[in-house]
Unconditional design. Structure first.
Length: 81
């Protein structure tokens, strides 16, 4: 299971990879779990974190759970009609 900091880092990589501190301990955990990978920038000077397919799947699953929690019983019944 990922820590809250690891989830936050995963979301940051998804939205703003250029803002990720490459020395974050959470980044090592995400690399070990193969949720992110490192690549060189186009100029070849800087490394950048990028989500793997597995990392994207984790975020999609988290988003699906979040959407389910927002559905209230009354609104679910209206959708079924």
């Amino acid at each position: 299971m990922l820590s809250a900091h690891e989830f936050a880092t995963l979301m940051l990589i998804s939205q703003s990879p250029e803002q990720v501190d490459m020395n974050r301990a959470e980044l090592d955990a995400l690399l070990e779990r193969q949720l992110v990978m490192l690549e060189r920038s186009a100029e070849g000077h800087r490394r950048r974190a990028r989500l793997t397919d597995t990392g994207r799947s984790v975020l999609r699953a988290l988003n699906a759970v979040d959407r389910q929690k927002r559905v209230t019983p009354g609104s679910a019944r209206r959708d079924a009609d």
